[in-house]
Write a protein that binds this ligand. Structure first.
Ligand SMILES: [Zn+2]
Length: 119
């Protein structure tokens, strides 16, 4: 493959990764998402994307932690969710999405799932 073609290929892949990340952000706005999906999502997004998720969920009055079914007025329904969310985010890789293809990314860990509460 000549140089120009290789570069085009690389850019196309980068764009594709960003698209996937944005689709993942969209799906993390569903309430609630499964723990498996949240774990899988970690490979596809960066901490900035996760910040978008928290922000978007807050706008629609959903707890910022995607596996939590509670709705609320603040960003998180409880300290438990706030901590679980920070724990998840701290594990998100900051390496460029397009460089992850051949990288082994460790499986993300979640804190125990919050209970739905009806206030
Ligand atoms: Zn919550």
């Amino acid at each position: 493959m000549d140089k120009k073609k290789a570069l085009e290929e690389k850019i196309r892949f980068q764009v594709e990764c960003e698209k996937t990340a944005h689709l993942t952000v969209q799906r993390l706005l569903d309430n609630p998402v499964t723990e498996d999906f949240l774990i899988d999502s970690g490979r596809l997004i960066k901490p900035e994307h996760y910040d978008d998720v928290i922000e978007e969920r807050a706008i629609s009055h959903q707890c910022g932690y995607p596996v939590c079914p509670n709705s609320l007025a603040n960003n998180f329904c409880s300290n438990e969710c706030y901590n679980a969310s920070n724990y998840y985010k701290s594990q998100l890789s900051t390496s460029p999405l397009w460089m992850r293809k051949n990288q082994k990314i460790p499986t993300l860990m979640l804190l125990s799932k919050p209970e739905a509460r009806y206030v």
